[in-house]
Design a protein around this ligand. Structure first.
Ligand code: PLP
Length: 284
């Protein structure tokens, strides 16, 4: 359980931050979750690029140059190599300062944490069975494109799913699908894959991009366009995508079956393409 904290490598149990860390006090930070398959980080450059963009968006100085990010990630991955697959978690907060909402003056050093957790991707049974989901109003703020650690709305929405015994909460804002509490959402209608366009109301998922690249490369028709609540409920297929869920079928929504209640053919095709792509990248 070796973690990277502010330039040092140490056991997780010894990694502590002061209570005045603005991550603790305000949720003033951003993060990334990167899947690592057999020691190989998947789409690391894209995750680090998104992290850099998020830091810029919230005006936290990027504390490491790109080579230092790569080096620190590699060392955490290597130190946790006993895990076959890892979920690499990076968090950067604005740093430690007396409690005041405004940025600290003089500037403080951002707090940087990189840790590794076991990566649990959906197993064959879950891929085969699919999962259930509920819908809820998207009660989040208007900067959902930023992967911020202040996740209280997501926490409440995700707990709603758990309370209902389902896997995910799909959010609706003004009658349109945004995303899941920790995933992006695709639908399929008459063989055409559809997903909401990137906007301030959803996280630009790395997996979302992979799925669209695969659709493009393999001639699967897709349409990036807003998805209304009616379209969502009438979809032939609904999928969740995320770095840890990969591609997962939703087979019931608010208790109603999605089509025949089984993962659909387009899902099965994309799931196979995703696994093949992942394995190919890992061997490269
Ligand atoms: N949307 C939200 C709100 C998320 O928390 C996540 C991350 O898990 C995603 C979408 C999917 O993003 P990615 O594919 O980059 O993991």
């Amino acid at each position: 359980d070796t973690v990277y904290l502010n330039g040092s490598f140490m056991p997780l149990a010894q990694a502590t931050v002061p209570v005045l860390d603005r991550g603790f006090i305000f949720g003033d930070g951003v993060y990334e979750v990167i899947p690592v398959y057999s020691g190989h980080p998947f789409r690391l450059e894209e995750h680090l690029a998104r992290l850099a963009m998020n830091l810029e968006a919230v005006r936290i100085r990027n504390p490491l140059v790109i080579t230092a990010w790569h080096d620190a990630c590699s060392r955490v991955i290597a130190a946790n190599a006993r895990l076959s697959d890892q979920s690499l978690y990076i968090q950067v907060t604005r740093g430690v300062a007396p409690r005041d909402q405004a940025f600290p003056r003089p500037d403080v050093t951002p707090t940087v944490l990189i840790m590794s957790m076991p990566l649990v991707t959906p197993g064959p049974e879950l891929v085969e069975s699919g999962v259930s989901a509920i819908t809820a109003l998207d009660i989040r703020w208007q900067r959902c494109n930023i992967k911020a650690t202040s996740l209280l709305a997501n926490v409440l929405l995700r707990q709603e799913a758990v309370d209902h015994g389902v896997a995910e909460t799909l959010m609706l804002r003004e009658g349109y699908l945004t995303e899941g509490s920790s995933s992006n959402v695709f639908i399929v209608k008459k063989g055409v894959l559809q997903a909401p366009p990137k906007s301030q109301y959803m996280l630009p998922g790395i997996t979302y991009d992979v799925v669209l690249e695969l659709a493009q490369a393999h001639g699967l028709p897709f349409d990036i366009a807003p998805v209304s609540e009616a379209q969502l409920r009438a979809a032939d297929e609904i999928w969740l995508t995320s770095s840890t869920k990969e591609v997962l079928a939703v087979v019931t929504l608010d208790g109603a079956k999605v089509n025949d209640g089984k993962p659909g053919p387009v899902f099965r095709r994309m799931h196979a393409l995703y696994q093949a792509f992942k394995n190919q990248v890992m061997r490269a």
